[in-house]
Design a protein. Sequence first.
Length: 438
Amino acid sequence: MPRDPLIALVGKPSSGKSTTLNSLTDTTAKVGNFPFTTIDPNRAIGYLHIPCACSRPALPSNQPPAPGEPPPLQKRCRPNHGACMSGTRSVPIELLDVAGLVPGAHQGKGLGNKFLDDLRHADALIHVVDVSGTTDAEGKATRGYDPSVDIVWLRSEIVSWVLRNLMTKWGGVKRRHIAVKASAVETLQGQFSGYGATKAIVIRTLDRVNTKLPLQEWDDAMVERVVNAFVDTKFPTVLALNKIDHPDADKNVAKIARMEKAAADRLVLCSAISEVFLRRLAKQGYIRYQPGGEFVETREDLVAAGERDGGGLKELDDKLRTRIENLRDLVLFRFGSTGVNQVLSRAAEMLGLVPVFPVRNIATFGSGEAGTGAESRAAVFRDCVLVRKGSTVGDVYRKVMGDAPLAFVETVGGVRVGEEDEVGVGRNDILSFKVGRA
Ligand SMILES: Nc1nc2c(ncn2[C@@H]2O[C@H](COP(=O)(O)OP(=O)(O)OP(=O)(O)O)[C@@H](O)[C@H]2O)c(=O)[nH]1
């Protein structure tokens, strides 16, 4: 059965990993329980924000709503896991907190080997970079530190870890490769399987290296090139440039942007602490704030807008009012949001994750049987699963239903789709599976 995607947060101590994790996992929206049965202590459930199927105007029974009213299906959207607010759905996704990476980690410094081992199952990384320049490479307080250096050393630690693991047995690997007349893909897949590498990942790695040289003739420099290509393929990385609320952040961000010109789409600016702060105030009833949103509304704002009881919000004292004003000026107005949701969305984009909505009843999108009167009013789009780009209808079926025999699959309009058809956003992504003989 295809594995659920796993995204790991990495970074030096004090870069803001825990704060980022909190801001991604704690949501003020009402959420259901999570779909994963066992969770390791260093794993957490984050919520990926996606446009929900319930808001697609082209769907049957989502006729144009009355002015000011949400589409009919949106009103009845009740996810089993996560939440759906105004058509934005929070879909649970597993996150892994990889603590303690410092320069020298691959040689065991700061328990680095143990933490690197945690990375094996990650499909993508979020590298939390402290762009305030107030913590050094080991996370100790300082001033004027250049955080662009962290991007370089952290990647090089991962490369050195994989390289070291491979080089300790390279002689034997080569001898076996020759003896069994294996292809480079077969041999490397065997060596990289411990990192969850599929054949497709190894093929993409070798495409990147683009060499005709037989594996047994690779010198050390060539093996290192292959490992570099493997790390880039297996661990696509989002750089979460955190602490943008700090006055020194701008110049450091500018330097990193110049350095990363060729891969600018992996940079996301964020202020994790601002997100945690805003969500806490919203929970305590001081402000109106949609997690990850652009706007904050206080009691004063709502009264000024004509809501007589100020939306039931509490009064702010001067200290809180000033903090919110600062946060509006330094983060929300300048960057459009605190950025944390974009960090996760960007990682999901890099992985090409596709949200698929399995429904029992393709006519109503509910989970009940057709024909019952109650079904037309009942909850819709109860489930949503995330699958990788290139997944087929059959892959989704096995993920959702396991080994049960499949009779046929329908999508919107009762149109039949084949097991081999690919799923994509807006295409074969609302599916009804019929179990049994066709
Ligand atoms: N100014 C500012 N400070 C932040 C931000 N995010 C985190 N911090 C602060 O940075 C410090 C370290 O944050 P943590 O989240 O504990 O960092 P960590 O990377 O988990 O640290 P370790 O647990 O040591 O690995 C704390 O004092 C946070 O309050 C941010 O967006 N802006």
